[in-house]
Design a protein around this ligand. Sequence first.
Ligand SMILES: [Zn+2]
Length: 111
Amino acid sequence: MSIQEKDNVFYCDCGFTWHRGNSGAHDCGKGLRLQIVDLTAAIEKLQSDQRPIYIGIDFAAPAQGADYQGAIDLLRTGAANELDNGCRAHHNALIFAANVLENAQAFGAKS
Ligand SMILES: [Zn+2]
């Protein structure tokens, strides 16, 4: 786990935060299990929200010249916002989705 400090508040990767001067003792496992729940929910939400984008995409052979840039930009903006809000699980899920689309677009451009 890594811990970062900003404005006298410490942030553990597990989601636990504490103010300078207070005890930072905690169990990372609890926060990590919550992150798994959040991440799973975020992925499921993305899959249902973005269903129209995924329909018809064959990642082995995406449509030639397929343009997913709008969706990719949307996901990356969302990911940046989630990180600013301190929700790493949502950030990771959005980055993952953006990468999948970016790869599909790259393969589509080559074919
Ligand atoms: Zn922790």
